[in-house]
Design a protein around this ligand. Structure first.
Ligand SMILES: Nc1ncnc2c1ncn2[C@@H]1O[C@H](COP(=O)(O)OP(=O)(O)OP(=O)(O)O)[C@@H](O)[C@H]1O
Length: 223
C-alpha cells in the first residue's frame, strides 16, 4: 500500500501541496485531476523519489521514503510527461539499454513480450519512425522492466489516438487487476479517468473541476 500523510511542498514561498493525505491499495488505479499548475506533476515527482518532500510522511509497503529511499525506488515505475527515449535506437535497443540500468535481470524474450503485451510490435524499428502512441507505449514498457509495485503515470495518453488510448487503458487495467499493481495516473481527459480509475482525487481549489466531477456523478475527493 502507498500511504501519504500530511504531505506539503513549497517552491520558495509558494505552497504547491498543502497537507495532503491519501492511500492507494494494491490493485487500485487512482486518477489525479486538477487545473494546470495544481501540483500533479510535483506530487508524482515526489512519489517517484525525484523531488524532496517539504514535510509529511510517505510509506510504500510499510517502508518509509525518508529512511529507505534507495530501497523504495526499486519498487516504483515512473512515466514522465515528456517522452524520454533514444530516438536513433530501435525499440529492442532502448529496452536492452534500460534493462541494463534496472536492478533485476530480464531476458530479451521477456522484454519483447512486455512490448507485445502492450500492443507494441515494432521490435526492430528505430524509435524515430514510431508514432506518438507507440512511443508512449514504449515509455510505459520501460517503466515496467524492473517489475515495480507502484506505477506513476503523468499524462501517458496525451496527444495519442483513441485506439492507442484504449489499448494502454486495457493494459493498465490488467496490470492493476491481475498483477495487483498500484497505479496513480494523471490526465486531462475526464472520460478516460472515469473509465479507468477506481478512485479520483482532485488537486487544487478550482471550483470548475469540482463541478465537472459532480457532473460525472462523482463527489470530488479533494486533496
Ligand atoms: N522546480 C520548480 N521550481 C519552482 N516552481 C516549480 C517547480 N516545478 C513546478 N513549479 C511550480 O509548481 C506549480 C505546480 O506545477 P506542476 O507542474 O506540479 O503542476 P501540474 O498540476 O502538473 O500542471 P500541468 O497540468 O500543467 O502539468 C506551478 O506553479 C509550477 O510553476
Amino acid at each position: 500500500m502507498l500511504d501519504v500523510q500530511s504531505l506539503s511542498k513549497s517552491y520558495d514561498t509558494k505552497r504547491i501541496l498543502d497537507t495532503i493525505s491519501f492511500t492507494i491499495n494494491p490493485g487500485e488505479i487512482v486518477g489525479l485531476v486538477g487545473e494546470n499548475g495544481a501540483g500533479k506533476s510535483t506530487l508524482l515527482h515526489i512519489l517517484a523519489g525525484l523531488t524532496k518532500l517539504g514535510s509529511g510522511a510517505i510509506t510504500l509497503n510499510s517502508q518509509s521514503y525518508e529512511s529507505k529511499p534507495k530501497k523504495i525506488r526499486r519498487h516504483i515505475g515512473f512515466v514522465p510527461q515528456e517522452i524520454a527515449l533514444w530516438e536513433n535506437f530501435t525499440v529492442k535497443e532502448n529496452m536492452v539499454f534500460f534493462e541494463r540500468l534496472a536492478w533485476n535481470n530480464t531476458s530479451k524474450k521477456a522484454l519483447k513480450q512486455l512490448c507485445s503485451d502492450m500492443g507494441l510490435d515494432k521490435w526492430d524499428e528505430p524509435v524515430k519512425i514510431l508514432s506518438g502512441g507507440m512511443k508512449r507505449k514504449l515509455n510505459i514498457a520501460i517503466s515496467l522492466i524492473h517489475a515495480p509495485d507502484l506505477l506513476l503515470l503523468d499524462e501517458p495518453t496525451a496527444g495519442i489516438d483513441l485506439k492507442s488510448r484504449k489499448e494502454i487503458g486495457a493494459y493498465l487495467s490488467n496490470l492493476a487487476k491481475i498483477n495487483g499493481k498500484m497505479i496513480l495516473y494523471t490526465s486531462h481527459d475526464m472520460d478516460e479517468i472515469m473509465q479507468l480509475c477506481d478512485q479520483i482525487y482532485c488537486l487544487g481549489n478550482d471550483p470548475f473541476y469540482h463541478q465537472v466531477l459532480k457532473e460525472y456523478g462523482q463527489q470530488p475527493v479533494l486533496l
